[in-house]
Write a protein that binds this ligand. Structure first.
Ligand SMILES: C[S@@+](CC[C@H](N)C(=O)[O-])C[C@H]1O[C@@H](n2cnc3c(N)ncnc32)[C@H](O)[C@@H]1O
Length: 318
């Protein structure tokens, strides 16, 4: 895992050297493939400088002769390349906060839905597991599960591995399928991830392929028939991230004959605002309960998309 090359960098190098992205490993070196010649080396340096907004010392660029050295040099220049994509930058707080002592309310909701399936030996997958907070919670309530976590962030996975040593962690991308296991799981969870994707078709198809029993996707799904694709950045910052609200109708049309339902979830307790980060959600009281809002001036209505026994059922548009 620690040998992994972030997808963003891998794609640039694969383009320049005209090889499949899978060939771009940390130990790939200049001269080891015919297209990594001195001309393409200069093209590569230029492309990386443009992509990451850095400038290498021209006298040193010849020394950047392996992918690992390039990664090290980018890191030394403050580029966060542990993330495969800048879109997850907002979620950095997962790496710095200890979130294990107070499990999130929706963790409890998810386990209440999946409870009958969470028997010893059940194969459980958490997609977008970040630092393993949910798996840590699962392990404390349901010992004996076979747990796997997937995330695109190597940095998060390193932490997750320390926090839940009994689980297996894999670097993978639920949208592109890269790195995903080729086995199936009895119970699949994905929480707080789907808003990142403007197109639901790839992740839905990949989740269906990974699920033997039931999948539970916790996130925002528009109950109105509107698909809203948004990008947001902190004022003055060049860093943008998606915040998509895709309709239940559109998701259902992709799932076709695969049996599924949306189960609404309401926040049962108040959640204070974190003023430094207006993208982090907080609650406002409403009708004896709470509405979840964030600095995008959006009310966020959460639900669990439950997909049951997708095996042998037909996905539309797959
Ligand atoms: C908002 S966090 C949610 C973490 C956790 N599931 C929770 O509910 O607390 C989103 C997580 O999804 C991961 N992620 C983003 N894009 C992903 C992708 N394409 N495939 C897998 N994980 C992804 C991020 O690295 C991050 O850990």
């Amino acid at each position: 895992m620690s040998d992994g090359v972030p997808e963003r960098l891998r794609n640039i190098l694969a383009d320049i050297f005209a090889v499949p992205a899978s060939q771009i490993t940390a130990d790939l070196a200049a001269g080891s493939i015919p297209t990594w010649n001195s001309l393409r080396h200069l093209e590569m340096i230029r492309a990386i400088e443009l992509e990451y907004g850095v400038q290498f010392d021209p006298a040193q660029t010849h020394a950047l002769s392996t992918v690992a050295l390039l990664q090290r040099e980018l890191k030394a220049r403050g580029v966060t390349i542990g993330y495969l994509d800048p879109i997850v930058e907002h979620n950095r707080f997962y790496a710095t906060e200890d979130r294990k002592t107070q499990p999130k309310e929706y963790f409890k909701f998810l386990t209440s839905l999946a409870d009958p399936l969470l028997t010893p030996g059940a194969r459980v997958l958490d997609i977008g597991c970040a630092t393993g907070e949910f798996l840590h919670y699962l392990e404390s309530v349901y010992p004996g599960l076979h747990m796997t976590g997937i995330d695109i962030s190597e940095e998060f996975l390193d932490k997750a591995h320390k926090s839940v040593p009994k689980a297996r962690f894999v670097q993978g991308n639920i949208q592109t399928k890269e790195g995903l296991p080729d086995t199936r799981f009895d119970v699949v969870f994905m929480a707080g991830v789907n808003y990142l994707f403007a197109d639901p078709a790839p992740w839905l198809k990949n989740i269906v392929e990974l699920t033997e029993g039931t999948a539970y996707v916790f996130g925002i799904f528009n109950p109105e028939d509107l698909d809203i694709r948004m990008m947001v950045s902190r004022s003055g910052s060049a860093e943008v991230q998606p915040w998509n609200l895709i309709s239940q109708k559109f998701i259902s049309s992709h799932l076709g004959d695969v049996s599924h339902r949306f189960i609404p979830w309401n926040m049962p307790i108040p959640n204070p605002r974190v003023h430094e980060d207006p993208l982090r959600s907080w609650t406002i009281p409403s009708d004896g309960g709470y509405l979840i809002v964030n600095g995008m001036q959006m009310i966020q209505r959460f639900a669990v998309l439950e997909i049951t026994n997708p095996r042998n059922q037909r996905l539309h548009r797959s």
